[in-house]
Design a protein around this ligand. Structure first.
Ligand code: NPG
Length: 368
């Protein structure tokens, strides 16, 4: 593998409907894409950083800056001959895992495309399709929420995740449970909107048999999650707090989570995501694949990861149409509540050139 250069590409994708979480409302996804060009192939990585630093400290313009000024130069100097060497070359740069993940994914995609191997095979996938859940944003009213959930269930989604925040938690969860019954796989995601002093209030979710409550407390508050886990019956799942395999191992040992949401972009890439899967599997901790409103590029890699054996819960790997009227790749379409795991070389999908041109705001080339 000989690197020629990297393209940073900013695209804007309007959402089919606004998506509200405890940290804000998104109406349009601004995505930073990285294209790696080698002598033999090209590959794509999608940076999951949002436009603003409200979900995490990282944000898209910051990711672009660290890629341009630090990460790409570090890679150019290290001249890695294969992808597993990339993380080591980038390690002197602290943090910036979303930027690192995009870079490593682009290099991995190029390497696998050149060798004719798929992401799924490389990561160790054991399934050819994965069951899909859907994340349902905070709504104006409970009737509007029930209509939205009804629509997603009609499309075939096998699990519903409700975004919650103080003032929008017990009532919507109760309404969905009562309307759709005990069989529905249901979970809630707080995106760090609560404090440990809310434990009694969160215990009011216990009767609704949620699969899990995701990231109720702040990202840094792993001990708080361990305390909370002793005060509520709903299993605690960590998202934002899990930044690496080491942090996953520590959280499990502390009793801070019984389930882990693995987001490759948040942890520095698919190879680290696989290590988190391995750590969790060794401890009997189920994992599932999270989502960050990815385009078809990021979705393809997530679906491949979700096909690993320890991913025993449905992920936020929804169809392209959940967020985008027109994806930049062939759309991922739900089939009986599942998405097919791509089998072609690399990610197994590629952007449609016209569609990509239509949504591109800016392109920058960095030779190495
Ligand atoms: O289906 O891609 C998806 C999105 C699922 O709810 C989802 N993601 O906190 O997990 C999350 C949330 C999120 C969205 C986080 C956007 C950050 C940005």
């Amino acid at each position: 593998m000989k690197l020629t250069g990297f393209e940073l590409r900013w695209i804007t994708m309007p959402l089919v409907a606004p998506f509200r979480t405890s940290f804000g409302t998104t109406t349009s996804r601004e995505v930073l894409l990285v294209r790696a060009v080698t002598e033999d192939a090209e590959g794509w990585g999608e940076c999951v950083a949002m436009a603003d630093p409200f979900y995490s400290a990282e944000y898209a313009e910051g990711a672009a800056a660290v890629l341009r000024d630090h990460l790409v130069p570090a890679l150019a100097a290290a001249k890695p001959t294969h992808t597993p060497a990339v993380a080591g070359a980038l390690a002197p740069v602290k943090g910036h895992r979303m930027a690192k993940a995009a870079l490593e994914t682009a290099v991995l995609d190029a390497e696998l495309r050149a060798e004719g191997r798929s992401f799924a095979r490389e990561l160790g996938a054991v399934r050819d399709r994965v069951p899909c859940g859907v994340s349902v944003g905070i709504m104006e009213s409970v009737p509007a929420l029930l209509d939205a959930v009804d629509g997603y269930l009609a499309e075939g989604y096998v699990r519903i995740k409700l975004k919650i925040e103080p003032g929008w938690d017990v009532e919507p969860v109760r309404a969905v449970r009562e309307r759709f019954g005990d069989e529905l796989l249901l979970q809630a995601d707080a995106n760090a909107a609560y404090a440990l002093s809310d434990a009694r209030h969160l215990a009011a979710l216990d009767p609704f048999d949620l699969l899990l409550i995701e990231q109720p407390l702040a990202e840094e508050d792993v001990l708080g999650h361990a305390d909370l886990a002793r005060l509520i019956r709903t299993p605690v799942c960590l998202d934002e707090s899990i930044t690496s395999a080491a942090s996953a191992a520590a959280a499990i040992r502390l009793g801070a989570c019984r389930i882990v949401n693995v987001k490759p972009g948040r942890v520095g890439g698919y190879l680290e995501a696989r290590r988190i899967h391995d750590v969790c599997a060794a401890h009997g901790v189920p994992v599932w694949c999270g989502g960050m409103l990815e385009t078809g590029l990021g979705r393809a890699a997530n679906v491949a990861l979700a096909a690993l054996p320890g991913f025993t819960l449905p992920g936020d790997t929804s169809a392209s149409g959940r967020y985008y009227a027109a994806d930049i790749t062939e759309p991922f379409v739900l089939d009986g509540g599942h998405l097919p795991v791509p089998t072609g070389p690399g990610l197994g999908v590629a952007p449609d050139p016209d569609r990509l041109a239509d949504c591109t705001d800016r392109v920058e080339w960095i030779a190495v």
